[in-house]
Every structure is written in C-alpha cells, then in structure tokens.
Design a protein around this ligand. Structure first.
Ligand code: PLP
Length: 368
C-alpha cells in the first residue's frame, strides 16, 4: 500500500537535513578529528546550555553515560540502586555494570513512571542511589522523589535518555539529580547517525571524573589514575548532533502537535490514552496507548499498513538476564499489566495531520 505509515521515518528527517549534514560530515573528514575533537566539544557546550546545565560530557552511548554516572558516585559491589522495572533494559545495565543490584519499585498506572509512594519501603542500608526514568518523554514526579532523596541522603540520577528538553514545572530535565544520562541513539528525539550519549550535571568534580573515566581513566595521556573505559563520542556524531540540536525545539513542537491530535481523535475510543500530569511538559518520545487486547490491535494495525511497537513487552524483573534477582510474576503488577497493554503509535515531527487521521480512523474500525 502506498499510504503505509511507518512506525518511525528516519529517512524523512535525514532528507530534510541532508545539505547541512553533508557539510558537517565533510568538515570532520577535513579536520580528521574522529574521536572527540572540536565539533564534539562544541556540541557539549551547546547541549549543556540546552539542558540549563554547566557541564555536559559526551559519550559513545546513553548506556555508557549512565554507567559512568553511577561509577562517579562510587556505587559498587554489594550496593543497591532503586529503579523502575518498566523501561529499556539499559537503565538496569548501568547498575549491573558497576556490580550493584537493581532494586525495583513498581510504576504508577497513569504515567508508567516510578511510583514515589512505593520508594521508601524499598530503601535499605545498602541503598546508594535512586535511578528513575523520564519515560516516553514524560518527566517523573521530581519533587516527590527529591524529597525522599534528601530525607535519606541518597543521590538522584535521572535517566533522561528519552526526554531531551522535557520540562518539569517549567524547567528542563537533566539537572534535578546529581547527574543525568541522555541517549542519542538514532531513534531518540535527538539522534546521532550512529551511537551517542551524554552525561549532564552541574557538579564540576563529577564531570571531571566522568571525562577521565570516559577516556581510559586518564586526564594526561598514558597516565591512568583508575581503571577506565573507551566511551568517547566520535567526531562524526558530534558534527551531526551539532546540526540536529538546532532543530530540536521545532521537532518537539511537532511531536506535541501529533500527540495533541491523537488525543483529540482517539478520546472516544476504548483506548486508555497517555496524559500529561499538571507538572509535566512531555517531549513525546513515544505516544503509548493501552488496551487489554493489545496484541490483536497491533496485528490489525500492521495488517492495515500502520507501523506500531511495544515498549516494553517484558518488565525487567522478569527478563532472563535478571533471573538471578529471584523475582516472579506478580512482584510488580502495575508494570506487568502495562507490559501486556501498551502499544506505541507512530509519532515523529514529520507525521502529517492526514496520516494521524488515517491512524485514528483505522483504530476506530477495530472491533473492540
Ligand atoms: C535508549 C535508552 C537508554 C540507552 O541509551 P543507548 O544510547 O541506546 O545506550 C537508556 N535508558 C533508556 C530509558 C533509553 O530509552
């Protein structure tokens, strides 16, 4: 069908930027700064400013940035980190990579984000940090979680990998905690042409440690102060991200248009629609609806030429990789139900009102 609607249309975005990208990539070929380099340094400055932060340390992925954030807090073996079971697995990888244990707390049914009411009972003497996610582009309830952090003297690390520019009570996410991690995976709201990530903070000693850890644990070449990593951002990605960052606010505005339109058109259907809490201004990385017959609806939409996806089909506590934590079905019922019901509809800046209309019309013809 000619009017198929892709779940994600990256070629549409790249087409519009092609001239700018070609020039930026050519500059990298000319200056041969392939690992870090001037474009990466400039992007770090620009992204720090975008996040209203003093420091941005670029990485080769969001996973690496989160890993190093926990490392900079000296979280290690025997420690526990409180986090959400309903997210992309990399949130938990960061905890596992430092040798600590992810301690899951169930999510809130309305927002899919960590439920602040359940956090305190999960805190033990081993708890060393809280790592919630601004999921789908929507900020978690920052103040309620920060209050718990202060009371128990625990650092907050924000997983902002899906939430570039999302606002909590009017302020962009990324500096509410001690540090935050962003991802520039191509499908994210701000995506590289390859892998990329960033650690954002207002704390210059965390930033300095992160810079050293990113580069083999050194600040002076060939002198290694601690065991480090090769987590540098590539020069090409810095060049690409510098071009794309200039468009991010426009893209966010378009994503908000798409979400608003879906919400208007789908309000009279049996679907449970996403809602922005009063404190949040979402950047709509994903538009996730819910229905108990999700699998049938997904198959039906795909048969009718509409791409869709499931984020995420299995909560982390039930993943094989985390079997050693000893969880069983029923441990986090809200996350498990969300995993059964969630369906991500196409959402990207280039999606036209006509396409949104077709998605909505097709959904309305489903035999609910
Ligand atoms: C994408 C993502 C990550 C990991 O980012 P990468 O750049 O792919 O390593 C971490 N957490 C969440 C919530 C993500 O969506």
């Amino acid at each position: 069908m000619s009017d198929n609607i892709a779940y994600l249309d990256l070629p549409a975005q790249i087409r519009g930027l092609r001239k700018e990208l070609d020039a930026a990539l050519a500059r990298t070929l000319d200056n041969c700064s392939f690992c870090l380099g001037p474009d990466v340094a400039q992007f770090e400055k620009d992204f720090a400013r975008y996040c209203d932060a003093t420091q941005c340390v670029s990485f080769n992925s969001g996973t690496s940035a989160l890993h190093v954030a926990l490392k900079a807090l000296n979280v290690g073996p025997g420690d526990e980190v409180i986090t959400t079971p309903f997210t992309f697995v990399a949130t938990s990888w960061a905890i596992s990579y430092v040798g600590a244990r992810p301690v899951y707390v169930d999510v809130d049914d309305a927002t899919f984000n960590l439920d602040p009411a359940l956090i305190e009972r999960a805190i033990t003497p081993k708890t060393k940090a809280i790592l919630p996610v601004h999921l789908y582009g929507q900020p978690f309830d920052v103040d309620r979680i920060l209050e718990i952090c202060r009371k128990h003297k625990l650092p907050l690390v924000e997983d902002a990998c899906q939430s570039h520019g999302a606002k909590y009570k009017g302020k962009v996410v990324g500096t509410f905690g001690e540090m935050s991690g962003f991802s520039f995976y191509p499908g994210k709201n701000l995506g590289a042409c390859g892998e990329g990530g960033a650690l954002v903070t207002n704390n210059s000693s965390y930033a300095a440690r992160a810079r050293a850890l990113r580069e083999h644990g050194s600040t002076v070449r060939y002198y290694h102060d601690e065991i480090g990593f090769n987590y540098r951002m590539e020069g090409f990605q810095g060049a690409v991200l510098g071009v794309k960052l200039k468009h991010l606010d426009d893209w966010t505005r378009e994503r908000r248009r798409v979400a608003k339109r879906y919400t208007e058109l789908l309000s009279n259907t049996p679907l449970q629609l996403p809602r922005e809490p009063a404190f949040a201004e979402s950047v709509w990385h994903l538009y996730v609806v819910r229905h108990p017959r999700r699998d049938e609806l997904k198959k039906y939409l795909e048969e009718n030429g509409i791409g869709c996806a499931v984020h995420y089909p299995i909560p982390l506590h039930l993943q094989k990789a985390y079997a050693h934590l000893g969880h069983k079905p029923g441990d986090f019922p809200v996350a498990e139900k969300a995993a059964r019901e969630c369906l991500s509809l196409p959402i990207y800046p280039e999606l036209t009102d006509a396409q949104i209309g077709r998605v909505a019309e097709t959904i309305k013809k489903f035999k609910f």
